[in-house]
Every structure is written in C-alpha cells, then in structure tokens.
Unconditional design. Structure first.
Length: 668
C-alpha cells in the first residue's frame, strides 16, 4: 500500500470521536479554538462531527473550517503529518514499506487473537503478565457501525456518536478476549457477538447482543477492572460528572451531553474512591446508582467516602421510577434527558428545592417509611411504628429498662427486622438467658425458671423448648454485641456500617447504656456531661446519616428518683432533650399518685416506692416526653415480672391486678 493509499484507508477507518471531548447540545469541543468548552454560551458554535465521512467542521472561532482525521490527530497529539501517518497506520495494522509500497495486514477473527501482554511487578517483586487489550479495542471500535451493533445500541437508546466517543466497540465472535471459561472442569466457549465496553487497558465488559446468549455479560480473565469512561473525571472544562452503576447507564447520561462514568458494579465503589484519592477530580460528582438495595447501599458507601475525602458531590435520582438510568432512557427519552440536565445544571445550587423535589424527595420518602414495629400492640398503634431517628429510653436504676429494651429488641427481630444490640454492661450470656426466661414465662408465668437459674445450668425441657421457639422467631436477625467499659461511639458506628455492608440490611440499633460510653481519644479531658452530650450527638448523626432507628438507654439523676420522670431528670445530659427524636421514660405507676404531689414526705414516698418495687408484677408506666413523629405526649402501661424479665402490656393504668396466665400467655 502506497502512502496515498494508506492515507485514504486511514481517513476512512481511523476513529475520530475518541480524540474529541463532548460539548453540550450534541457537538464537540474544537481542539483548535476551544469552542464549546464553556457551557451553553458557545456550544452552538462547537465542533460538529460527520460520521459518514469521518470529518469535522468548526462553526465557532475557526469560522466553519473543516478538519479530517489527520488534522485532529496532529493537533491532539502535537505531532506532524509523517508521525501521524506512521503511528495511525501501525494502529490500524497496515504497513508502509520504504519504497512507498504497503500491504494491509489481514485482520484475523477477533476472538482468535491473543491480547498483548505487558510485564508488571508482582507483589513478591517478580514480573507478572497482564493483558493489554488496547489493540483489540481499536479493532472493535473500527467495527462499531456494524448493523448488528448499531441495532443493539439503538434498542438501548444509545447513538453511534456516543458509543464512539466512549471507545465502545463490537466483536462479532467475542469469547472473553479468546479466553474460554473453565467451569467445573468442562470447557465452555461463549462465542457471541458482543458490544465491548473497555474499563481499562487490561479489562473490559463484553455484553452479548443476542437475547438468547448463554452468558449475557462476560469479563476477561487476568486483568484488573477499571472505571468505565474514567477520563471524564479529569477533562478540562467538565464541571459535573454523573456516577452510575452500569456502562449503559453512563452512556445513557452522555446522550444528554453530560459527562458520566460507570462503576460496573457497586463492589467497585472503593476502586473509584482509591482513584480519586490518588488524583482528585475538580468536577462535582452526581451520584445516580441503580434504584435497588445494592445500588442504594453502594450510594451510601460512595457518599461516605467522598465526604471523607472532601470532594464535592450531590445526590440525584434520574431513574424516573425505573431500576436504572438506561431503563429510564428507553422508557421516556425526552423526560430522562431533561432530568439529567436539571441535575447537571444544579451543581452550583445543590440544595435548591427544585432539584430535591425532582430527583430526591421520592426516594427519601421511601426511606422514611418504616415497617418496624415494637411488638407491643398498644404502643405500635399510638406511635404508628418506628422511624429512622434517635430514641432515648430513660429510667432509674434497677427498674427494668434493660429487660424492657431487650424484649423490645427481640420483638423487633421477631417482626422481621435485623437488630444489633450493644450490651456494654451485661454479658451475652446474661442477655440471652433473659430472653429464654421470658419465652418460658410467656407460656407459664408460674414456672420457677429465671434467667439466673438458666445461667446456673438449670436447663429444663421447658428451657430447651423455649430456645427452639426463640431461635425460630428471631432467626439470625438478633445480634448481641458484648461490649466493655471502653466502647466508643466510633466503635459502634464502624460495627454497624460493616454489618450493613456485609448483610445489605439496615439494623435497628440498641446501645445499653449511654453513660458507659467512653469519649474518643481526642476528647479524653472532657467532663462527664460533655462526654454524654457528645455521644448523644454522634448517635443522632449515625441515625440521620444512615437512616437508622437507634435506641439508647439512659439512666436518670438520683435527685429525681422520688418524682415523676421529666426532662429535669436528664439535666446532666442536656443533649438528650435537644438531639433526640423521641424520649421515653419508664417509671413506677405509683409516681403519678397524689402521694407524690408536692415537696416533702420523703420517708413516705420512699416506702411507697419500695412496696411498688416488691410487687410481682410491678406496675410500670412508659411516659413519652418528646415525639417528632406523631403524638407528642402519651402513656402506656405494663405489668413487669422481674424474675422472668417479662413485660405484659396493659390497656389502662387503673387496673389493680390481672389474672396470671396459665398455660397460654396473653399479649395485648
């Protein structure tokens, strides 16, 4: 092939779009005059690409000047024509001989080619082989306008211009870059026409275009995954980059002339964060992962990581009620493209209500909904269920607040919700034996089985049966974390977030109890009140940031043991009154009697309290002092059997006594 023939071949076959930067309104930034690089002000005058001729024309500062692929290559790479010709010819697989004659290299079937290898230092200092698929990508890119590829892309709402701009290619016989899968000792060759989506020079995603493909998506072996279209993070003039989960979601966003990258999996959140840590982006990231549980948990992890790095981001739901952005594009293209543009245009005003209503409010309403119940019917009817927020349960010492909280936790787990109970004072043995003693007593309150007797090896058939019933009721959802007197809020936060990451479930969290929590290392010189206030604030932040229901048990001031519980009872913990969402106090019902009105009568009051504590069952009252989620003040009443760690709900406080259940326990 002569130089002239090589020139003609390159003009037709060398892709121009990968060398161009997208501007708005479907055009590109001119590499000569920069037209189109400054938003809407001159995007109409940006570079226009003509795919049928593989040429471009600048309608901006260049004055309608036309450019071929050599012009663009030379400008972008800073080289002369001869260098461009030789380099581009080599990349396309044609050879120009010294006499001016050249021959085209025959391109074998793509799936039959072995990827180039490069030497990379291994962890042990040795050299390891890693694939280099760049030549493979170029061949695939040259085939992207194959009618089969074009038809598939069109079915996903993606134009050829967008595909070319993102180095998307097509392999008619792709088989994971010529590496067959080895499954259970049998070779399976997955030769399928596939769209090739590069994520790095050593990794790509091969998406089958035939609906009946055995494996719709395949990844090559031996390479490390990357972020699809990662270069968008560092392009000059790019102010907003949408982060999506899948490559076709990113391509969907790019259809709106907005930059986008794809993780390819929520498992790659850390990969993106590590990349940004090494080289931060100047752009504001718009988080728009899939609208399923994995996508939402990935978005939570990404937000936490970006906040830690101090990078700018906003949240946006661009899915229009569909699972992911590509589904939204296919279902309602015009509305989707408009939604993406609204999100991108809002980065300067990330907290404006229009963006919030359009992209986030619906999702946050869904998050606010709660299916968690306390398991106490009257209490549940009164509060309407549990919500994400900080609940404080306060009581004097030895009244039964841990037993009440544990029963509450078990009943929440029995209702189908995960629970993580941080028992900072009592051991796991003490806590589980309380649960089993309660389970025995629910069927027969006259039994002599107590939590103490269980811990003393008094394991009867009743206890064994109770253990079976308890395990079946709570399953693996109930978790007791045995703490110590050195536990900090940061320890709780780390445990809960790791639990969410491992299980994909958002647990209801119990902390028992507040005054035992230790200050962080930097706050060791704080007073007790400052430490407690700080712990309340941190637990409130955990409940808000992770949308969790968090219960914290608190003691009350000794000076208030003879008076009905109130905010005054918690004055040493002023942060509780202002930071918590709900404040419940447990007290003996007798504290509401006339005997406790006014000052004085200390001896008489103490006697009444001691008698009330000796009752079996005790009459306990739950007083709601604060509730941001409904009725501000209410009371619920309970019979408490201390020996069995069991609370029965009562319909009203005036009931003097209730018949003890015989063989069947009763629940309100």
């Amino acid at each position: 092939m002569t130089r002239d023939e090589a020139n003609e071949y390159i003009q037709t076959n060398y892709p121009m779009l990968p060398m161009l930067t997208k501007a708005r309104k479907g055009n590109y930034v001119c590499p000569f005059c920069g037209s189109g690089a400054h938003g809407d002000r001159d995007s109409d005058g940006a570079l226009h690409y003509y795919r049928h001729t593989n040429t471009a024309c600048c309608f901006g500062g260049c004055g309608r000047k036309k450019y071929d692929v050599f012009d663009i290559y030379e400008k972008v790479n800073g080289c002369d024509y001869n260098t461009a010709l030789i380099t581009m010819a080599g990349e396309l697989g044609i050879t120009i001989d010294g006499k001016g004659e050249a021959t085209a290299s025959a391109i074998p079937p793509l799936s039959a080619q072995e990827p180039a290898k490069e030497q990379t230092p291994g962890q042990d200092g040795s050299e390891e082989q890693r694939p280099n698929f760049v030549p493979y990508y170029r061949e695939c890119m040259a085939r992207i306008d194959d009618p089969r590829a074009e038809a598939y892309l069109a079915s996903r709402g993606i134009s050829l211009e967008t595909a070319r701009a993102c180095n998307v290619g097509f392999d008619p016989v792709a088989d994971v870059a010529s590496h067959p899968g080895d499954m259970s000792g049998t070779k399976y060759y997955h030769s399928e026409p596939r769209i090739i989506l590069p994520t790095s020079k050593e990794h790509f995603v091969g998406r089958a275009i035939n609906p009946g493909a055995t494996f719709a998506k395949l990844n090559p072996k031996g390479g490390h995954a990357g972020i699809f279209n990662a270069r968008a993070l560092y392009r000059d003039g790019v102010e907003a980059v949408v982060v999506t989960e899948g490559a076709f979601d990113a391509l969907s966003v790019i259809e709106a002339c907005v930059a986008a990258v794809a993780l390819n999996s929520v498992a790659n959140v850390d990969l993106l964060l590590e990349k940004l840590k090494k080289k931060p982006t100047k752009a504001t990231l718009i988080i728009a992962l899939d609208q399923d549980e994995h996508g939402k948990s990935g978005a939570d992890a990404l937000r936490a990581g970006l906040s830690e790095q101090g990078l700018s981001y906003i949240n946006a739901d661009i899915c229009l009620g569909y699972k992911d952005p590509n589904e939204a594009l296919v279902a309602n293209r015009e509305r989707f493209l408009q939604r993406v543009k609204v999100a991108a245009d809002s980065i300067d005003r990330p907290d404006n209500t229009q963006l919030y209503i359009d992209t986030l409010m619906g999702d946050e309403i869904e998050k606010f909904k709660s299916n968690a119940k306390t398991g106490f019917p009257i209490l549940d009817r009164t509060i309407g269920g549990l919500y994400g927020g900080l609940y404080v349960l306060a009581a004097i010492s030895s009244l039964g607040k841990t037993s009440f909280a544990l029963q509450l936790a078990d009943q929440i787990a029995e209702g189908g919700n995960d629970v993580v109970y941080f028992s900072l004072e009592q051991s796991r043995l003490e806590m589980v034996s309380k649960s089993l003693a309660r389970e025995v007593a629910r069927l027969n309150i006259d039994t002599q089985v107590t939590s103490l007797s269980i811990r003393q090896s008094h394991v009867t058939d009743e206890v064994k049966q109770a253990a079976t019933r308890y395990k079946k009721a709570v399953g693996s959802r109930m978790n007791i974390v045995e703490g110590n007197f050195r536990t900090k809020v940061s320890d709780i936060r780390d445990y809960v977030r790791n639990y969410e990451k491992r299980t994909g479930a958002k647990p209801v969290v119990f902390v028992d109890y507040l005054q035992i929590l230790r200050p962080e290392e930097a706050d060791k010189k704080q007073s007790v009140k400052e430490t407690v206030d700080g712990a309340v604030e941190e637990l409130k932040m955990l409940s808000r940031d992770d949308n969790l229901t968090v219960f914290v048990i608190s003691s009350v001031n000794r000076a208030n043991y003879l008076t009905p519980i109130s905010f005054e009872s918690l004055k040493e913990s002023g942060g509780i009154e202002y930071s918590c969402d709900c404040l419940w106090g447990l007290q003996l019902q007798c504290l509401e009697s006339d005997s406790f009105a006014g000052d004085g009568k200390t001896v008489e009051k103490r006697k009444i309290i001691e008698e009330a504590k000796d009752e079996d069952p005790r009459k306990i009252q739950l007083k709601c002092l604060k509730n941001r989620y409904g009725k501000a003040h209410f009371d619920c009443f309970y019979e408490y059997y201390p020996g069995h760690d069991l609370f029965f709900e009562m319909k009203e406080a005036t009931v003097k006594s209730l018949k003890k259940p015989a063989t069947k326990g009763r629940r309100a």
